[in-house]
Design a protein around this ligand. Structure first.
Ligand SMILES: [Zn+2]
Length: 390
């Protein structure tokens, strides 16, 4: 491998490309990722500057003071403050959401949406995020004044509980707002899936097809939900364009996630990370709050400080979550190979997904370490090639 210092991605000599990885598409993939990265960075800077302006010019404090004169209830004050902040933030970042979710997705031939459909989705996610955000915000500013010393622990435990509830309701309440799902209809494929599940020693309650094609050309499969709502989702984009062996390989990967309870393991690890994050936050916050002129963490007007500090800690611990996710993805790849015993189909699947979805097959190892939730396609293929049937 050689590295070009001007570029954040590493340049891989063509001879090291796997033969199934399309080199021309890799060039486009780098441009696609770089376009997205630029928009992400500018959007992040705009959000941070917005919060700093609120703090530097005392806008946040004055807003709370003005409303406190008219509103007696702390809860109502919290709702008004959060709604104002969230609305302004969403409007400020709307152009970036549009560039990222619409313009770039069209430029690279992924999006199937027109302006209207895209905007309707944006409005829906605006409200879903508003409700979730308002709950989180309210919990923070009710728990901190109620438990002055151990609020970091209580907040982490409540957030973990909340994320379990969210994971439960996601496939039955949130997902249907954006996509239609239905029971898999293809009887032949269903039969093969049942056989695969039997071989995997697993009773799967629901296998659904999800209409990804209404929005994108990208193919995908996933396990979603917990307990009774747990199900395997196969994108109709995967079902219509990929061969049966490739679909079964993708499914086998999801079956292993399902069988080995990877969602629960990830929730457990994520809970520990959350506790550590809140503890770090708790230890650092007195200095940061006083630096911005606030006496205590429970002041509603200090919320921009909370967001900035918490975001900074999240960026710091991000590689831990990414590494854990990659670990379970690797286990699922290994389990899928053992289940299907079809290495070629697996390699074809990964290479095809990489070529079609413009993933960078051989990213800079530092970038991969920092944020990749899955091993890079190059690594997944190399792993499958080395895999020995047991
Ligand atoms: Zn997976």
């Amino acid at each position: 491998m050689t590295y070009d210092l001007r570029s954040i991605e590493c340049k891989v000599r063509p001879k090291q490309f796997h033969p199934l990885i399309d080199e021309k598409r890799q060039e486009i993939a780098r441009r696609y990722r770089s376009d997205n990265r630029k928009i992400g960075i500018v959007s992040l800077i705009v959000a941070a500057v917005f919060l700093l302006i609120l703090l530097h010019f005392d806008i946040s404090k004055q807003f709370v003071q003005v409303f406190r004169q008219h509103v007696d209830s702390r809860i109502l004050l919290m709702v008004i403050y959060f709604s104002f902040l969230y609305a302004v933030y969403s409007l400020l970042t709307l152009p970036f959401a549009y560039l990222e979710g619409y313009r770039i997705e069209h430029k690279y031939g992924f999006s199937q949406q027109n302006h209207r459909d895209w905007f309707v989705d944006w409005v829906k996610s605006f409200f879903v995020t508003y409700v979730i955000g308002l709950i989180v915000f309210s919990v923070i500013y009710l728990v901190i004044p109620a438990t002055p010393v151990l609020w970091w622990l209580w907040l982490s435990l409540i957030m973990v509980g909340f994320s379990i509830v969210l994971a439960n309701i996601f496939p039955v309440i949130i997902l249907p707002l954006f996509y239609k799902t239905k029971q898999l209809e293809d009887e032949d494929l269903k039969q093969e899936i049942v056989e695969l599940c039997n071989r995997g020693d697993l009773q799967v309650r629901g296998i659904f097809s999800i209409d990804l094609s209404s929005k994108t050309t990208k193919a995908n499969a996933a396990v979603a939900g917990l307990g009774n709502t747990k199900r395997i989702l196969l994108g109709d984009t995967l079902l219509s364009k990929y061969g049966k062996d490739e679909i079964l390989s993708a499914l086998a990967h999801e079956i292993v996630h399902y069988r080995e309870h990877h969602i629960w393991w990830l929730i457990l690890w994520q809970s520990m990370i959350t506790i550590v994050m809140f503890y770090l936050f708790y230890r650092i916050q007195p200095f940061v709050y006083s630096w911005f002129g606030f006496a205590a963490a429970h002041e509603i007007a200090a919320f921009p400080v909370f967001v900035l500090l918490f975001a900074a800690i999240s960026y710091l611990v991000r590689p831990i979550g990414a590494a854990l996710s990659r670990y379970y993805e690797r286990l699922a790849d290994k389990g899928a190979l053992q289940l299907t015993k079809d290495r070629d189909a697996f390699i074809h699947l990964i290479a095809r997904l990489c070529n079609e979805q413009l993933s960078v097959a051989y990213p800079n190892p530092i970038v991969e370490w920092y944020k990749y939730s899955h091993p890079s396609p190059g690594r997944r293929i190399a792993f499958a090639e080395k895999w020995v049937q047991t």
